[in-house]
Design a protein around this ligand. Structure first.
Ligand code: ASP
Length: 330
């Protein structure tokens, strides 16, 4: 018989810690009211999987998470992973921005130990809540040695996703999450099964460490449409270091904004063309002469992921070629 792993379960709020007035309240409820101890206590047989220690780090919906929250979570998870008696960490998190926190951890943790971010679409009080099963599955994934070295994982709805790719794609259904290239694996009857590994570098193979970050530079995202007013661009250029332009289709820029975005880039704002479509690559120097305009392009990163990546990259360089290399590599 092998010893059970030691897992720390961090609570940060969200629907997984929510409570509704009635069991039919699957989408209308109070978020972030249950402590992580209470949530964990409701999971049957959880302690058969691992020795569990709960820790309440935050208690708020993830729509409120700013850069300071990312840094708090990153530093705490990093400190826990550095402890020899901690074998893995599970973070219970709101689903709205789970993909950003997970990607931030994926790029900044310096450990091969399993890190699993989990949320639920329905609070524990709702009919057919996914809270208990998702949390159980997250514990099972974090307890599994096969989860080592995969970077941060997001476990929801029977699936194990890489933090790089996963995104919330539906506002209320249980089947809300997806990755453009599919999940890494499933959790079946409480047992993880992997079918693939992340292809891009993460955790130990990136230049960023959660421990070394005191602040993140301001990077904004703009959701584009033909009538978008240049004043939005000008306002961002006034105080941000970077702008993710979630353009239409292949990151397309309306004619009226080519001049403002080109001027903003000349003025030092790092402008990144991304796509608002939700998947696919943006072709560099395709529809626009990105090199000549001083613009960067994502590879396939969604705008919200590109924001995390650009913030991290800007902590070490302002050189456009080096920043572009980060989009091509991670
Ligand atoms: N607003 C919640 C949050 O992201 C939604 C959820 O957890 O599903 O924290």
């Amino acid at each position: 018989m092998t010893a059970k792993p030691n897992l720390v379960v961090i609570g940060t709020g969200g629907t997984i810690a929510g409570r509704g007035n009635a069991a039919v309240n699957t989408s209308a409820y109070q978020c972030s009211v249950l402590g992580i101890d209470e949530v964990l206590a409701s999971i049957p047989h959880a302690d058969a999987l691992a020795n569990l220690r709960a820790e309440q780090l935050l208690q708020t919906g993830s729509e409120n998470f700013g850069n300071a929250h990312l840094l708090v979570i990153g530093r705490r998870v990093s400190a826990l992973l550095a402890q020899p008696d901690v074998d893995g960490v599970v973070i219970a998190h709101g689903t709205d921005t789970i993909e950003e926190t997970a990607y931030f951890l994926h790029l900044t943790l310096k450990s091969a130990k399993p890190v699993v971010v989990v949320g639920s679409m329905r609070p524990p009080s709702a009919l057919s809540s996914d809270a208990a099963l998702n949390l159980y599955d997250a514990l099972a994934v974090a307890a599994d040695p096969a989860s080592r070295g995969l970077g941060a994982l997001v476990v929801v709805n029977d699936e194990i996703h890489t933090a790089r790719d996963v995104a919330k794609r539906n506002s209320f259904k249980l089947e809300a999450f997806g990755s453009p290239y599919g999940p890494l694996g499933y959790v079946v009857e409480g047992v993880p099964r992997y079918y693939r590994r992340p292809a891009r570098p993460h955790t130990l193979d990136t230049p960023w460490s959660a421990d070394a970050l005191d602040a993140l530079p301001k990077v904004d995202v703009v959701h584009a449409y033909g009538a978008l007013d240049r004043r939005v661009i000008d306002a961002i250029a006034a105080d941000a270091r970077g702008l993710i332009y979630a353009g239409t289709g292949n990151g397309n820029v309306s004619e009226s904004l080519i001049g403002p975005l080109r001027d903003a880039a000349r003025g030092g704002l790092r402008v990144v063309r991304a796509s608002r479509t939700g998947s696919g690559v943006v072709v560099r120097n395709g529809a626009q002469p990105d090199g000549a305009f001083g613009w960067l392009t994502v590879d396939d990163q969604l705008p919200q992921k590109a924001r995390i990546l650009l913030m991290l990259a800007l902590t070490q360089t302002d050189d456009p070629a080096a920043l572009q290399a980060a989009f091509d590599r991670y």
